[in-house]
Design a binder for this molecule. Structure first.
Ligand code: SF4
Length: 229
């Protein structure tokens, strides 16, 4: 059990959040408005797969589930890299069990560009960190990454995909990712529940799904109250 991109982002927001994800996921309560935002993001991501024309999607699910089969996805990605497939979506990479799946991987003459799709109108710092984690895993996996882009949601609904290059900002996070990834690996495996004082980390960049649990609000059934946001 290593660290995924989501694990890394959540663990950097609060190590206890990561620990609860691994050991007590049943306590998670996702408010409907957050779920709607996640669903809209997934829909936009699906649409963006075709932004460069024909593509190969790598996603493989475990039989009878909607849980990605990461090892099978990594294997399929290797096959498409060998075949020099021009555009690979959900290209999966594993480095010492640390995992990421890149939204869009596009072959260039001498390497690969990758695109992280975000259903947002502007760049947020968390998007850069997200791409920085992926760059770390891809580089450690031996892939030659040339340029890194975010794909934002532009105003033209006929073609809403707006690439913004963030190569410099994302690659600059390489050492920062390396400094934290192994510690998060260790923390997620702790047997005892981690202690974290609730505070500012419980909200930005996203409201924590364990807010009710950590703030002792059983009467809300864990739901985040709007006045708390
Ligand atoms: S509610 Fe706050 S303290 Fe509890 S897991 Fe979430 S971020 Fe951490």
């Amino acid at each position: 059990m290593g660290i995924t991109k989501t694990d890394f982002m959540r663990g950097m927001q609060c190590p206890k959040m990561l620990w609860l994800d691994k050991h007590k996921p049943g306590l998670r309560v996702i408010p409907p408005e957050v779920q709607q935002r996640l669903d809209a993001g997934n829909d936009f991501g699906d649409l963006a797969m075709g932004m460069f024309g024909p593509y190969e999607e790598i996603t493989v699910y475990r039989p009878g589930t909607h849980i990605p089969d990461k090892k099978a996805m990594v294997q399929r990605t290797k096959e498409h890299l060998l075949r020099e497939t021009p555009v690979i979506c959900e290209a999966a990479f594993l480095y010492y069990n640390n995992y990421c799946a890149v939204d869009i991987l596009r072959k260039t003459a001498t390497g690969y560009d990758f695109y992280e799709v975000k259903n947002a109108a502007e760049v947020h710092e968390s998007f850069i960190r997200d791409a920085g984690f992926q760059h770390y895993i891809l580089k450690r996996s031996g892939l030659k990454v040339e340029r890194i882009f975010l794909v934002l949601h532009g105003p033209d609904e006929d073609y809403p995909f707006v690439p913004v290059e963030i190569t410099g900002q994302a690659t600059a996070l390489y050492d920062w990712v390396n400094d934290h990834i192994w510690e998060l690996n260790r923390l997620q495996k702790e047997k005892e529940e981690l202690f974290a004082e609730p505070g500012k980390q419980c909200m930005p960049p996203y409201p924590c799904w364990y807010y009710g649990y950590c703030h002792g609000q059983p009467e809300t059934n864990g739901q985040i109250r709007m006045e708390d946001l």
